[in-house]
Design a protein around this ligand. Structure first.
Ligand code: GLN
Length: 450
């Protein structure tokens, strides 16, 4: 704990942590040391974890990096938090993220962007920028974050670390700030597949507090990964269209082609498949997630949680002023877009059509995975870009999610693995998508690509 507290202090300028629980973490460490000494310590004893600031930890502040939650303290702990504490993890602090997890650069945070440790002029990625940089810069051992359309995978790729989005419903969402409830999943970010596997094993599984959580049994991911010897030959698909996607960075394309060649050399079957819906995934994702967000964020009304405007005179002005002052531009844009696509006159044209597209995308991906064990793609079309370069057209930023939102629409598990660096030394990521509830296969195979 002292080691990480020192690093956090030294690298404050990265802006990864919003709050550090120094005294509490030290006290907890002493307690766990005693358990280690008498042989009663849990599976995560010694793991110092950072929490994305949209995951509740009872008695601690939680802001989702928004002004509107100013002063809010979690009144209960998320199930994932209960589970890691049960296994003697130590939570060292709250990590910066995009406001309400909406973004791909951590620049929508009310508390400012997170800097990439490799090059501080570059973004960390988002929305879990703090969670990725904290692991990358060795400010904590591992972190828990959320992924709605790439928020674990994309910053993991930008920072050269491992990030897993589990199958939808594999992990309880209880106590996690809702962005788009039919997409949101909590997952680990760490420096190795083994650590990701161990954390997943602790957080996964049915939770009576989350009716959507699955009762599919949770295997021991960690021991499956540890015992896997990489000799099985797999059938792997890559999506032809991803390599011709508009805006694909040439070095990322070359990196992916090199990975394909390596896998072939190792004896795997790697074949191109066509995914004719690639042009529609971003549109479907943003219509559906903004619709869900507009409903989920209605609860921040200046009455129930956090911030209330000084200008509040009556109920309606309390709502209007608190929301106008409390939410940032990107969140407002999404609430408006979501409200629009759900409105009576446009529902059929947008929301209902996007639901149909989602079904087709899911069926197509499931179909590919009947034939192949995994689908691989680059995690992102480009490496980390400059802080402050955020384009004035939000569509440009949304298109950066093109490779990650497919697995989110389909609810499939997907991991981003470090895949070397570009010429400028920036990390690149390879995404591997697996079969539903088959995280053990995905993780075991990922170990062999490290
Ligand atoms: N960049 C995507 C978005 O802004 C993904 C965010 C996420 O997964 N939370 O919606």
């Amino acid at each position: 704990v002292n080691y990480y507290l020192g690093r956090i202090e030294e690298y404050k300028r990265l802006n990864a942590f919003l709050e550090v629980f120094a005294d509490e973490a030290l006290a907890k460490a002493a307690e766990i040391q005693a358990k280690i000494d008498n042989g009663t310590a849990g599976k995560l004893a010694g793991m110092i974890i950072g929490l994305k600031d949209n995951i509740s930890f009872k008695g601690h502040k939680m802001s989702a990096s928004s002004k509107i939650l100013d002063g809010y303290e979690a009144v209960y702990s998320a199930t994932v938090v209960e589970r890691i504490l049960q296994e003697d993890a130590i939570i060292i602090g709250r990590l910066n993220c995009d406001e309400f997890a909406m973004g791909a650069s951590n620049e929508t945070s009310y508390f400012g962007p997170v800097k990439n440790y490799i090059d501080e002029t570059k973004v960390s990625g988002g929305s879990s920028g703090g969670s990725a940089v904290a692991v990358q810069a060795d400010l904590c051992f591992a972190s828990l974050a959320s992924d709605t359309g790439g928020s674990i995978r994309q910053p993991a790729a930008f920072c050269g670390v491992f990030g897993l989005k589990p199958t939808y419903a594999r992990v309880s969402r209880y106590g996690v700030v809702a962005y788009a409830s039919s997409f949101d999943q909590v997952g680990p970010i760490a420096k190795s597949v083994e650590d990701v596997a161990l954390l997943l094993e602790v957080i996964a599984g049915r939770d009576a507090h989350d009716g959507t959580s699955s009762s599919v049994p949770v295997p021991s991911y960690a021991s499956i990964v540890a015992n896997y010897n990489c000799s099985d030959k797999k059938r792997i698909a890559y999506i032809e269209e991803t390599l011709h996607a508009e805006g694909l960075d040439p070095e990322i394309k070359a990196n992916t082609l090199a990975q394909i060649e390596n896998l072939k050399k190792e004896g795997h079957t790697v074949e191109p498949v066509s995914f004719e819906y690639l042009d529609y995934v971003v549109a479907a994702y943003y219509i559906l997630t903004t619709a869900e967000a507009s409903s989920n964020l209605a609860r921040y009304d200046g009455v129930h949680y956090g911030y209330r405007s000084d200008q509040s005179a009556d109920l309606i002005s309390t709502y209007k002023k608190s929301r106008s002052e409390g939410f940032g531009d990107e969140v407002k844009r999404r609430i408006m877009l979501g409200t629009f696509v759900l409105s009576a006159g446009y529902y059929d044209a947008y929301y209902s059509k996007a639901q149909k597209a989602r079904r087709l995308i899911k069926e197509k991906m499931d179909h590919i995975l009947e034939d192949y064990d995994f689908i691989i793609t680059p995690t992102t079309p480009a490496p980390a870009f400059n802080i402050g370069e955020e384009p004035s057209d939000p569509m440009v930023m949304y298109l950066a999610d093109i490779f990650t939102v497919g697995a989110s629409l389909a609810g499939l598990p997907a991991i981003s693995l470090p895949s070397g660096n570009n010429q400028a030394g920036l990390p690149l990521g390879l995404q591997v998508i697996g079969r539903r509830y088959k995280e053990e296969d995905l993780l075991a195979f990922s170990k062999c690509i490290q």
